[in-house]
Design a protein around this ligand. Structure first.
Ligand code: SF4
Ligand code: SF4
Length: 512
């Protein structure tokens, strides 16, 4: 197969690092399918926004693909059962996330039959649907950004559709070392990736889709080029990008592919682009064309602490312990479990955590940073040189130590993509990225708290308003009755007083 149909015409990117790939072990064999586990653990918050709201009860039997938690609030995504079985609990369970170590999960005891929901409805071809209807359907499939952002895809498309758009960019750039799930997905499921691209183009009303892939992913490029030739869709253009970390960051990719710069605090839609991960695109295809909601994903299981590194397709909710056991178990030396890659991943202390929609890698390593290795900053400026956002990490670190929110905001903390480049080059081994991540999480927590307080205030005010209105209406009703009674004479007054007494007796406890 040839990769000649892939073009190079690229913009530039500031900073970044060329890192060792460490992907050959996990790409040596095809994607393996993890069998249905005994138990599935499905967190109700696997996306940015409000957690989904469970609609199943304990003891209820559910089918594969059945909706078990509805999206709740304007920014949320539904959750579907990833196999058949009985709901045995809805309770906190260990998870991998920034804030807190546990989260409410729906726990399903699988029956091993993997019985799926049967739908009688035959969906019309996607290109006969209005874009708005297509976006609504995507919302219902529980699809979120699988590149790690887990932003509900339907919401992202709805927001994007309000802007003038030119390009859809499919992100097949997997620049973080060790992670190879998108590479393997493109090799094995190129037609689904491109099918999803066609659906997305229709939903967004754009007529050009760039598929960005790193130049060292020759097999993925060949598979995509081949699938494109079979589709005969000239609107799709394959673009090779250099293998520099973090070229797969959304804003960096927009710059590389279109030479347009996303403004600070802005979005790719500000420069006419929408970026979607290739896995998200394949998930959209499966939902719209094959009626399968987002119930599984490809993830990389790798690192020196894993016996047989590989890429697996596993059901969402399968525990990391089950996935590692499938990959031959832990190697003799395996001290450190990370969910995600070595640059952006999060360490976890237990393998009971489940695979969620965001999990692109399960990494087990031996090496960890020696405690106490950190030294004072020597102001070498290396961190600023490699920062792809052109921030000043040493300054930001200073403000995180001082907990100076105003200065952190004015110095662009919220633009930091937590890529970890600054950490890697810092000769003083200062944990810069962790301090930025914690500061951002703290600010987010404060903002959430403020939003919750504001919602409570609005609820309180609207309740008082309602009670006040009811009181006024009761008073005017009473005044009217008195007026009527005066006009009608003493026997009518008695009748009205009797009616009022009966009403009070009936309302009993209502003292509002
Ligand atoms: S972690 Fe943040 S500050 Fe450090 S290099 Fe990456 S974007 Fe810049
Ligand atoms: S790389 Fe480390 S030592 Fe050098 S300026 Fe940045 S924080 Fe300071």
């Amino acid at each position: 197969m040839s990769t000649a149909a892939a073009t190079y015409d690229l913009g530039t990117m500031h900073g970044g690092l060329r890192l060792p790939a460490r992907k050959s072990a996990s790409t040596a064999k095809e994607i393996q399918t993890v069998p249905v586990p005994k138990q599935l653990v499905l967190p109700i918050a696997q996306h940015v926004g409000e957690p989904a709201h469970p609609i199943v009860g304990i003891g209820e039997y559910v089918l594969k693909g059945q909706l078990i938690a509805e999206s709740d609030g304007s920014l949320s995504a539904p959750i579907h059962a990833s196999s058949s079985g009985k709901v045995v609990a809805i309770e906190p369970w260990p998870v991998s996330r920034r804030l807190g170590e546990t989260a409410p999960c729906i726990i399903i005891e699988c029956d091993g039959e993997d019985r799926a929901v049967q739908t009688a409805e035959v969906r019309p071809p996607f290109d006969t649907l209005a874009p708005e209807s297509l976006v609504q359907m995507i919302l219902q499939g529980g699809i979120v950004g699988l590149g790690g952002a887990v932003f509900p895809t339907g919401q992202k498309l709805m927001q994007a559709a309000t802007m003038p758009l030119e390009f859809l960019i499919l992100n097949g750039v997997e620049c973080e070392p060790c992670i190879s799930c998108d590479d393997m997905l493109m090799r094995a499921h190129a037609a689904e990736v491109l099918g999803g691209a066609q659906i997305l183009m229709h939903a967004l009303g754009v007529s050009t889709c760039y598929i960005a892939i790193e130049s060292d992913k020759s097999e993925a490029i060949a598979a995509i080029v081949e699938a494109k030739a079979q589709l005969e869709d000239d609107r799709i253009v394959v673009k090779q990008v250099p293998t520099i970390y973090p070229s797969g960051g959304e804003d960096q990719l927009v710059q590389l592919v279109t030479n347009r710069e996303v403004p600070s605090g802005g979005l790719p839609t500000d420069v006419g682009c929408v970026v979607q991960n290739v896995g998200t695109s394949a998930a959209i295809y499966r939902w719209i064309c094959e009626d399968e909601p987002l119930i599984s994903r490809v993830t990389t299981v790798t690192g020196s602490g894993i016996n047989t590194p590989m890429n697996v397709e596993a059901r969402i909710g399968t525990t990391v312990a089950d996935i590692i056991a499938f990959a031959g178990g832990y190697a003799e030396q395996s001290d450190h479990l990370v969910i995600g890659g070595p640059m952006c991943g999060k360490s976890v202390t237990t393998d009971r955590v489940p695979l969620v929609k965001a999990t692109n890698c399960i990494l087990v390593v031996n090496e960890t940073r020696a405690p106490g290795a950190e030294q004072p900053c020597i102001r070498c400026g290396e961190c600023a040189t490699v920062c792809p956002i052109q921030l000043l990490p040493q300054q930001l670190f200073w403000y995180t130590c001082a907990d100076d929110e105003a200065k952190l905001r004015s110095h662009g903390l919220t633009d930091c993509i937590e890529c970890g480049c600054c950490d890697l080059v810092c000769p003083s081994q200062i944990p810069l990225t962790a301090s930025f991540r914690n500061a951002k999480a703290r600010f987010q927590e404060l903002a959430d708290e403020k939003a919750r307080a504001e919602r409570a205030r609005l609820r309180y005010e609207s309740r008082n308003e309602r009670l006040e209105t009811e009181k006024h209406s009761r008073e005017s009703e009473l005044a009217q009755q008195k007026k009527d009674a005066l006009n009608a004479g003493p026997s009518a007054i008695d009748a009205i007083l009797k009616r009022q007494k009966e009403k009070q007796d009936h309302n009993g406890g209502d003292k509002q």
